[in-house]
Design a protein around this ligand. Sequence first.
Ligand SMILES: [Zn+2]
Length: 229
Amino acid sequence: MAKLVETTDPKKDSFEREIVLDDPAVYQAADLLTNGDIDTETIRTNVAQMLNAFGENPERDGLKRTPDRVARMYEELLAGYRTDPIALVNDALFEVEYDEMVIVRDIEFYSLCEHHMLPFLGRAHVAYMPRGRVIGLSKIPRVVDMFSRRLQVQERLTRQVADFLMEVLHPRGVAVVVEAIHMCSMIRGVKKHDTRMTTSSMLGAFRNNMATRMEFLDNISRGSEQLHF
Ligand SMILES: [Zn+2]
């Protein structure tokens, strides 16, 4: 589960009114590939063929149901292509007089690298400086999920989370830092077990104002532990 931390707490009673978005730009920022269901039948067929190609016997007991399990697994791991971004945010946007930094740190996520379809996983830290609009804190991990449950590269994941929050909140700035380890570099090739990669996207005030950026970076480094898996 994601651990939610707020440096400064927007008071519930200061919420003035809920905002309802119906903006094509939000769909565009969500960068969905498709509205349709995942084609589980084709995945089943192809996984069975891969088992054959490995030299395995897809009919043996342990493997008989593997194509079906793998197909259903991808449905879950790639659910981010099919998240409705408007439904995701719409019951949780509020207009509010609040302009201090909001930080949600240590959001656990997992994703699949698009080069090898192997997992990369870690933590995301997200902050924004509101300009009259806030989003329920529990929604930010779901925004991270929407973009991480796809075939990804870490840099794009980081940028998409930042761009999406920019579009939905029109804040004074957004900052996203993602730390992750990549199975494809841990278990193959040079086998570097300690390859943690950090990416960041700083927009608006976080890009232009050094003090704002430092406040965020100080906060997320406080009490943080190394990634362990
Ligand atoms: Zn990879």
